[in-house]
Design a protein around this ligand. Structure first.
Ligand SMILES: [Zn+2]
Ligand SMILES: [Zn+2]
Length: 672
């Protein structure tokens, strides 16, 4: 029978005889033939074939293992038959559906057994397509089983996959995707805390002796592989589908709020990868039917990752061109709404707190510069909804202000001040002149001998710090937000510390009994003032060893004499991410500046041409930062370039710095 196979290959819809079906019970080539052509048969015959396949799958694993050199050949043929019948066959009637449900334990028994011995198959891909199709059928007809621990474990194993003898990476994400979507709808219906669903995956990982990082890194590697492949395939190729499964699986994980997973994938490499995937899908032509869902999945993964406050991740996605992607999505979103709630505006908002980090300021500046040089993108932007355009303009304005501040500080503007923590010394100076305590990286000393003298006093606080407290104090990104905080607090000092204005006037220092909390989640940053003892009590009760250390740095001698203001910087919704720091009184940099305006005729759009009293705009009421912003817009308008052009930014910041020539000179003299 095996040799005559070719004769019947072209038969379409012609019934096969009862004799052939009978033969297929004992003859492998016949079975192989039947299973390969089953989808061309009339409906009734397909039913008979199904019984044949089920018959083979019902055999016990041990029986098969001993009766042939290739024990899995029979099963492979039977599974191939089931796969070829496919979802469509089992969906045709309730009876068929019940057939599948009845057969599932046998299908699953073999899939599990085969997963362990895939190397013995000639065609490594077959198993993976069985696994994918079988779970696809379950997803549409037999969802309950996708809840079962052993199926979840199977799905995880299929996702981890294996390295084939040929060096290829064999895996399929489909069983995992099926399980995740059933877990998600199940949990939603039952109102179970979603966070526990991630635990199901973790349990499965445990059973496979794997941890989350193995699981997560597989996503990164494979997503990168597929994107890489996309650069070598034509747009019409197989790629669009390949790009669908991984992003959607990631999207499901995010929607399940599997909290331990996201930190495992939030790093710059993944960020670049996600944006690259988004670019492939956004530009995909012709668009695959799953395109919108895939875009949404990728956006929600990025959005969720941004909540974790990983600065490197945020910088990486901006550098990789995320802004351009979001504009494209926002543009076609108007005509083709994405499923679910639109995320484009929210995603822009999540960038705001990151802008207080200098790397992000630089990355966003480049991104806006690219945007302004890109006519097609500017045209697209005009097609987006108004709310999106407003959010983008807000983001651009904040970027501009912070960019100018970064340029000013890089040129020596507003250097930070500090004080030697040794009470017997208390030398004041610029922060750069001091050394930090090696233990906490926070307390400053003017010399090693001062540190030795102070150690008896400081050691208690320094040694009590936990690792997480230390990490918070050492936050490598804190410098720029701290300098910005110092500028804002001095700018608004009268309002912020209104009840204590006497102290400020008379002593040129901060009042001793306050803590100022600055929240960068909004623009302008929101400010709250706390009574120091109340605030500290609450902090120290929760964890707060580092708060105590900082408080002692501020109040070295007694409650009457303070050396700085304790400021809590916040750019996260979680309070455990609050970073305390100390700023010292120095009001010379926040004064108003008047910048000579050679071109009084100038009238630019959206920029004030006169101040509140109607005087021509020469920035009398503008401090360095506002003057910088206004001048940049003015110079950009005059030169016809964007505010991001280097020549424009350079010109405006140097105008501002000229105003501070005397102060800058004094700092140099002081060795700052
Ligand atoms: Zn220390
Ligand atoms: Zn000292």
């Amino acid at each position: 029978m095996g040799k005559s196979r070719a004769n019947s290959d072209n038969t379409i819809n012609s019934p096969i005889s009862v004799k052939v079906l009978k033969n297929a019970e004992t003859d492998l080539p016949t079975l192989s033939h039947v299973s390969s052509m089953v989808n061309t048969l009339p409906d009734k015959q397909q039913g008979l074939c199904f019984n044949l396949f089920h018959h083979h799958l019902q055999k016990k694993i041990e029986d098969h293992l001993c009766d042939s050199d290739n024990p899995y050949d029979w099963v492979t043929c039977a599974l191939l038959g089931i796969r070829n019948l496919g979802t469509e066959y089992f969906k045709r009637s309730e009876n068929r559906k019940q057939q599948f449900i009845g057969c599932w334990p046998d299908i699953f028994k073999w899939l599990r057994a085969m997963l362990n011995v895939q190397d013995s198959f000639e065609d490594g891909l077959l198993f993976w397509s069985f696994a994918a199709e079988a779970t696809r059928i379950c997803l549409s007809l037999h969802q309950d089983v996708l809840h079962e621990d052993e199926v979840v474990e199977f799905a995880v194993r299929c996702w981890i996959g294996r390295q084939g003898k040929d060096g290829e990476d064999y895996y399929t994400e489909f069983p995992l995707m099926a399980c995740l979507s059933v877990l998600l709808t199940g949990e939603q219906q039952r109102g179970v805390d979603l966070a526990t669903s991630g635990y199901r995956i973790e349990k499965a990982l445990d059973a496979c002796d794997l941890d989350i990082s193995d699981f997560a890194s597989a996503f990164v590697t494979r997503l990168a592989q597929r994107i890489n492949k996309s650069e070598h395939t034509t747009r019409m190729g197989e790629l669009p589908f390949a790009m669908v499964g991984l992003p959607q699986t990631l999207g499901l994980i995010v929607r399940l709020r599997w909290l331990r997973f996201i930190p495992a994938v939030v790093n710059p490499k993944v960020g670049r990868c996600l944006v690259a995937a988004l670019q492939v899908v956004v530009d995909e032509y012709p668009p695959s039917p799953d395109r919108l869902l895939t875009i949404n999945s990728l956006l929600s993964v990025i959005q969720c990752s941004l909540l974790l406050q990983d600065v490197d991740f945020a910088v990486a996605i901006v550098e990789r061109g995320f802004l351009g992607c979001v504009i494209k999505i926002a543009a076609f979103e108007l005509t083709t709404p994405l499923p679910g709630v639109s995320m484009t505006c929210d995603v822009l908002n999540s960038f705001l707190p990151y802008l207080v980090f200098s790397d992000m300021v630089v990355a966003c500046r480049r991104a806006f510069e690219v945007l302004h040089n890109h006519q097609a993108q500017l045209r697209l932007l005009k097609e987006t909804k108004e709310e999106f355009q407003h959010r983008l303009i807000d983001l651009e304005n904040v970027t501009l202000e912070y960019n100018i501040f970064l340029r000013l500080t890089n040129a020596g503007f507003a250097p930070e001040r500090g004080i030697c923590a040794n009470r017997a010394c208390s030398k004041k100076g610029f922060r750069s002149e001091f050394q930090k305590c090696a233990g906490c990286s926070f307390i400053l000393y003017c010399s090693q001998s001062c540190q030795r003298q102070d150690w008896d006093w400081h050691r208690n606080h320094c040694k009590k710090l936990t690792t997480s407290s230390r990490n918070i104090l050492r936050d490598r990104y804190i410098r720029f937000p701290r300098r910005l905080a110092s500028f804002y607090i001095h700018r608004h000092l009268r309002q912020i510390l209104a009840p204590f204005s006497d102290t400020i006037k008379s002593q040129k220092s901060f009042p001793s009994n306050v803590v100022v909390s600055l929240n960068y989640l909004t623009y302008p940053a929101s400010v709250q003032v706390y009574e120091r003892t109340v605030f500290l009590q609450a902090q120290i009760e929760s964890d707060g060893g580092h708060f105590a250390t900082v408080a002692h740095e501020v109040h070295r001698q007694n409650d009457e004499e303070t050396h700085g203001l304790m400021v809590i910087i916040n750019f996260h919704t979680h309070s455990e991410m609050e970073i305390p720091c100390v700023i010292h009184y120095d009001d010379v940099w926040s004064r108003g500046v008047s910048i000579p305006n050679e071109s009084l005729k100038y009238e630019g759009p959206g920029i004030p041409t006169s101040d509140k009293e109607g005087r021509p705009l020469i920035c009398p009421d503008y401090d360095a930062l506002r003057a910088g912003v206004v001048l940049t817009k003015k110079f950009a308008f005059e030169s016809g370039e964007s505010v991001w052009a280097e020549s424009v930014l350079e010109k405006s910041t140097s105008e501002v710095l000229k105003e501070f020539a005397r102060e800058l000179e004094m700092c140099k003299g002081a060795g700052a």
